[in-house]
Design a protein around this ligand. Structure first.
Ligand SMILES: Cc1cc2nc3c(=O)[nH]c(=O)nc-3n(C[C@H](O)[C@H](O)[C@H](O)COP(=O)(O)O)c2cc1C
Length: 177
């Protein structure tokens, strides 16, 4: 798939053919793409937990309600950030962990699309309870924070595309007005 075409045609997919396995080779290809994302100071502070067990997939209904459709997915890849690795300025109260997590999540979504799968980014951070619950359920180490819940499967039915999202009024050249 042409990169530009991929960028324009990726959509959130929430309906999947049930009981389909994705090979670990393809899962690793997706994660490889995620690991090629940019990160602040090139810290690459990501970790990935692959969830395939049916019972665990069904548990997302409780862990983060809006990701309940994970129960019919082939896998969830939990994109996590390592708080000890991400670039931060503690004195100034900011850090890049979530931004790096976003970049990795986007690469993962595009790689899933390129390999012919449907996927959906479901939020985890910065929602306090899902972060705590996901962390406890999957026994993540203290320094590892679950950032996004990427649900992946074989799309069932037509994946609808918007007529357009291109909006020239949001483009500003030079100074704003
Ligand atoms: C940070 C973030 C959190 C999201 N959380 C959820 C979610 O919990 N459940 C869900 O079904 N979709 C979730 N989405 C997907 C959005 O609803 C989706 O990207 C948006 O409707 C645009 O559709 P598209 O991805 O097909 O372009 C999330 C997207 C982002 C970026």
């Amino acid at each position: 798939m042409d990169l530009m075409q991929g960028l324009l045609t990726r959509r959130s997919v929430r309906k999947y053919h049930e009981n389909k396995k994705i090979s670990h080779h393809e899962i690793k290809e997706m994660i490889k793409a995620a690991q090629y994302a940019p990160s602040a100071h090139n810290t690459q502070p990501w970790e990935f937990l692959v969830v395939e067990d049916k019972e665990d997939l069904a548990k997302f209904r409780v862990l983060q309600r809006a990701s309940l459709f994970a129960e019919n997915a082939s896998a969830v890849i939990l994109v996590c950030v390592d708080e000890n690795k991400a670039y931060k300025r503690e004195k100034e109260g900011w850090g890049y962990a979530d931004i790096d997590g976003s970049a990795a999540t986007m690469n993962l979504l595009y790689a899933a699309h390129a390999l012919g799968y449907g996927a959906c980014w479901c939020g985890c951070s910065p929602m306090t309870k899902p972060v705590e619950d996901v962390k406890a359920y999957f026994k993540l180490p203290e320094n590892i924070r679950p950032f996004s819940i990427v649900v992946i499967g074989e799309a069932e039915g037509e994946v609808k595309q918007p007529e357009t999202r291109y909006d020239e009024t949001k483009i500003h050249f030079g100074k704003w007005d």
